[in-house]
Design a protein around this ligand. Structure first.
Ligand code: SAM
Length: 215
């Protein structure tokens, strides 16, 4: 008898705190025979007795692992931080297995939380992903954006942002948002010049906002 292959479920788990995991995410994770998790999410859902596989940095290897478990008829659930729609393994998985074979459960993004904390909307934000490598973007590509959210969390990303921000114009205000939703959450306004030397959490977003948007 042919083995039925189940849809891969990709679950957004929020920025870190339990309170920010939606009931839908929890229910979806609970279906797992196999949980694909990053180190950061390893301890989430301790009550789920699924096989846990570290997603690590080897994307091709992770896709092969997912394929083998799925071929065996097991329910694979991939956990993503925040929302799977931003800088997660969701797109490589969807490209490889097809939209029809995947289900995405949205989560609360760290970017949403950062904007909520400042009381700003984020409909026109330009998101810059610098968390794994320096973006191939120049100041000219970003000057038009009134709101930038730079995903940091890496010393190189902080250095990159510190070099970029002064080139955007004098009217920008900079907010460093660290460990959002977690007990050590810290949000502070800093001067662009301060950024380069600051020790920054591995969970950090730099918001760069045109001053008039904050008045
Ligand atoms: C691989 S990206 C994933 C983003 C995620 N999909 C989201 O929607 O939040 C990881 C980056 O998200 C940001 N991040 C995730 N959790 C965070 C938190 N609790 N506080 C601040 N930034 C966070 C950091 O910039 C980190 O380097």
């Amino acid at each position: 008898m042919a083995i039925e292959k189940k849809k891969i479920i990709i679950v957004g788990c929020g920025p870190g705190a339990e309170d920010y995991i939606t009931p839908a995410a929890r229910a979806a994770a609970g279906k797992a025979d196999v949980l694909i998790v990053s180190k950061r999410l390893h301890d989430l859902f301790p009550e789920i007795a699924a096989e846990r596989i570290d997603s690590g940095t080897d994307i091709a290897g992770t896709l092969e692992t997912i394929a083998s478990r799925r071929d065996a008829g097991r329910q694979v659930v991939l956990l993503a931080t925040g929302d799977p729609g931003i800088a997660s393994l969701a797109q490589p998985v969807i490209r490889r297995f097809g939209r029809e074979n995947c289900e995405v459960i949205p989560g609360i993004s760290s970017i949403q939380v950062a904007f909520a904390r400042l009381g700003l909307d984020w409909k026109d934000v330009r998101i810059v992903t610098a968390h794994s490598r320096d973006p191939e973007l120049a100041a000219a590509d970003l000057r038009e954006a009134g709101k930038l959210a730079i995903l940091g969390g890496r010393d190189g990303a902080i250095r990159w942002a510190a070099g970029l921000i002064p080139q955007l114009g004098k009217d920008r205000r900079v907010f460093l948002c660290e460990d959002l939703t977690l007990p050590g959450e810290k949000i502070r306004e800093i001067r662009a010049g301060e950024l380069a030397g600051l020790p920054v959490s591995t969970r950090a977003i730099i918001l760069v906002i045109r001053g008039e948007l904050l008045s």
